[in-house]
Design a protein around this ligand. Structure first.
Ligand code: C2E
Ligand code: MG
Ligand code: MG
Length: 462
C-alpha cells in the first residue's frame, strides 16, 4: 500500500509541475495576465469564430505614456507596482470573455472577441484610459499616469493575426503622435503616415543638435498708442528634406518622442537672448512672449527652466511672458496655481493663449494668477460674415470675452487680426492689443528692429 501512496503522490507532484510550466508558458509572472503566447492563441480562435459567424472583433494596444520616466526616476520596484495595478484596473473594466494580456514592458493588449459596432471598441478604450488616469498611490508617491491606445477591427483592418497586431500598434503610435492620453482607430491611410513618421522622427531627434530650429517674432500692438507692446516668439524648423515645418505639424511628434522639454528650453533661452540683444542695441524695452505647451508645463520644471534662461541671458524677468493654453489650467488646480504664483513672484507675466477654444470654466479662471487673455483667432474670424457685415453672433464672443477679462483686471489681446475692419471693431469693443498679419507676419529678429518705436496701426484705426 505504501507503494500506491508513493505513485499517487508522484502523480500529483507531476501535475503541479505541469501546472507550473503551463503558468510560466502562458502567463506573465509579474501581473498574472495572459502573456503574448496565450494572447495569440486566443486571437487565433477569435478570428476563426468571427470569420465563421460573420462577426466583428477587435484588438486594442494600450501603452503607458512616458512610463520609462517612472522607472528611471522612482526605480523599477515602483514601476512594477504601477504595472500590476494597471493590469488590475484593465481586467476589472472588461466584460467576461474579453482578454487582457501583457505583451511585455508597459504594453497591454485587449482582445474583444465579439463587438457589435466599431464604436463599442472606442467606448471601451475611453473607459480604460479613464481608469488608468486615476492617480496611483505607490509607497507614498501619488503618480499620474496616462496611456495611449490603438484599435484594429477584424475584418476591416486586417484578415490575419499579424496584420491586426501591426495595425493596432500603428494606431497606438498615432495616438501618441496626437499628444498621448487618447486612442486612435486604425485606418489604411495611417500606413503611409507611419513611414513619414519614421523619417520625421529621426530628423527631429537631431534637429536641436544640428541647430535647425529658428525663432520668428510677431509683434503685438497697443490699440491706444499704436506702438509695439510685446513680441511673441514662434518656433520654425528648417529641414533640408522635409521643408519648413509648422509647429502644428511637428510639435505633437516632439511631444510623443519626449523631446518637447529640450526644444522648449532652447526656445526659451533663444527668445530671452534675442530680447536682451534688442535692449542692448538701445531699442525701447519690449517684452518677449514664449509659448509653453500643456505637456511641457506638466512634465517640466518651468520655474527652474525660466530662472536658468534668465540667469544665462541676463534678461530681466519683467521682460518675459509665458503663453499657456487653457488645457494647462485644467491640470491639477493646486499645482498649477502654485507654479503660476512662483512665476509671477519672479516678475514673469502669464497669458492664456487661444482663449475660448478650451473648456476651462470661468470659475477656474478666477483662481488663476494670470495677466492677460488672448482671444483665439477663430473668434476674430467670426466677427465678419463672408459678405463683409458684422455678425452679431460673431462679434458677441469678443464682446463677452473683453469685459470678462477687464473685470478680472486682465488685459485682452486679439490674435490673428488680418483686416482693418476687424481691428476697428476690436478697438470699439475695448480690446487692449492686437496681433496678426494686418500689423506684421512673424519675421526674423533682425527684421523686427524696423518695427520698434513707431505707430504700427494702419491709417484710420482709432
Ligand atoms: P499661437 O501661439 O496661437 O500662435 C499664433 C499662430 O498664428 C502662429 O502660427 C502665427 O504665425 C499665426 N498667425 C499670426 N497672425 C496670424 C493672422 O493674422 N492670420 C493667420 N491665419 N495666422 C496668424 P504658428 O507659428 O504656425 O504657430 C502655431 C502654434 O504652435 C502656436 O499658436 C503655438 O501654440 C505653437 N507654437 C509656436 N511656437 C511654439 C514654441 O516655441 N513652443 C510651443 N510650445 N508652442 C509653439
Ligand atoms: Mg501663442
Ligand atoms: Mg494663439
Amino acid at each position: 500500500i505504501t507503494q500506491y501512496a508513493a505513485i499517487f503522490s508522484d502523480i500529483s507532484e507531476r501535475k503541479r509541475t505541469e501546472e507550473r510550466i503551463k503558468n510560466l508558458a502562458y502567463y506573465d509572472v509579474l501581473t498574472g495576465l495572459p502573456n503574448r503566447r496565450l494572447f495569440i492563441d486566443r486571437l487565433q480562435l477569435a478570428i476563426a469564430n468571427a470569420n465563421r459567424h460573420g462577426e466583428l472583433m477587435a484588438i486594442m494596444f494600450i501603452d503607458l505614456d512616458l512610463f520609462k520616466r517612472i522607472n528611471d526616476s522612482l526605480g523599477h520596484g515602483i514601476g512594477d507596482q504601477v504595472l500590476v495595478e494597471t493590469a488590475e484596473r484593465l481586467s476589472r473594466s472588461l466584460r467576461e470573455g474579453d482578454t487582457v494580456a501583457r505583451l511585455g514592458g508597459d504594453e497591454f493588449t485587449i482582445l474583444l472577441p465579439r463587438i457589435d459596432h466599431v464604436e463599442d471598441a472606442a467606448k471601451l478604450a475611453e473607459r480604460l484610459l479613464a481608469q488608468v488616469k486615476q492617480p496611483f498611490v505607490v509607497e507614498g508617491h501619488e503618480l499620474f499616469v496616462t496611456a495611449s491606445a490603438g484599435i484594429a477591427v477584424f475584418p476591416e483592418n486586417g484578415a490575419g493575426i499579424d496584420a491586426l497586431i501591426k495595425n493596432a500598434d500603428t494606431a497606438m503610435y498615432r495616438a501618441k503622435d496626437m499628444g498621448r492620453n487618447g486612442f486612435q482607430l486604425y485606418s489604411p491611410a495611417m500606413n503611409a503616415r507611419s513611414f513619414e513618421r519614421l523619417s520625421m522622427e529621426s530628423a527631429l531627434r537631431h534637429a536641436v543638435r544640428r541647430g535647425e530650429f529658428r525663432l520668428a517674432y510677431q509683434v503685438k500692438v497697443d490699440l491706444g498708442s499704436g506702438r509695439m507692446s510685446g513680441v511673441e516668439a514662434l518656433i520654425r524648423w528648417r529641414h533640408h528634406a522635409l521643408g519648413r515645418g509648422s509647429p502644428n505639424d511637428f510639435s505633437p511628434l516632439a511631444e510623443a518622442m519626449g523631446l518637447i522639454g529640450e526644444i522648449g528650453a532652447w526656445v526659451l533661452r533663444e527668445a530671452c537672448r534675442q530680447c536682451k540683444h534688442w535692449h542692448d542695441l538701445g531699442l525701447p524695452p519690449v517684452r518677449i512672449a514664449v509659448n509653453v505647451s500643456a505637456l511641457q508645463f506638466r512634465e517640466g520644471d518651468i520655474p527652474r527652466m525660466v530662472s536658468d534662461a534668465l540667469a544665462e541671458t541676463g534678461l530681466s524677468p519683467h521682460h518675459l511672458e509665458l503663453e499657456l493654453t487653457e488645457s494647462v489650467l485644467m491640470q491639477r488646480v493646486e499645482d498649477v496655481v502654485g507654479v503660476l504664483q512662483q512665476l509671477r513672484a519672479m516678475g514673469v507675466r502669464i497669458s492664456i493663449d487661444d482663449f475660448g477654444t478650451g473648456y476651462s470654466s470661468l470659475s477656474y479662471l478666477k483662481r488663476m494668477p494670470i495677466d492677460a487673455l488672448k482671444v483665439d483667432r477663430s473668434f476674430v474670424d467670426d466677427i465678419f460674415s463672408d459678405s463683409g457685415a458684422v455678425t452679431e453672433e460673431g462679434a458677441e464672443i469678443v464682446s463677452t470675452i473683453i469685459p470678462l477679462a477687464h473685470t478680472r483686471r486682465l488685459q485682452a489681446i486679439a490674435e490673428g487680426v488680418e483686416t482693418r475692419a476687424q481691428a476697428e471693431v476690436l478697438r470699439q469693443r475695448g480690446c487692449d492689443e492686437v496681433q496678426g498679419f494686418l500689423i506684421s507676419r512673424p519675421v526674423s529678429g533682425e527684421d523686427l528692429i524696423s518695427l520698434f518705436d513707431r505707430n504700427l496701426l494702419p491709417e484710420g484705426i482709432g
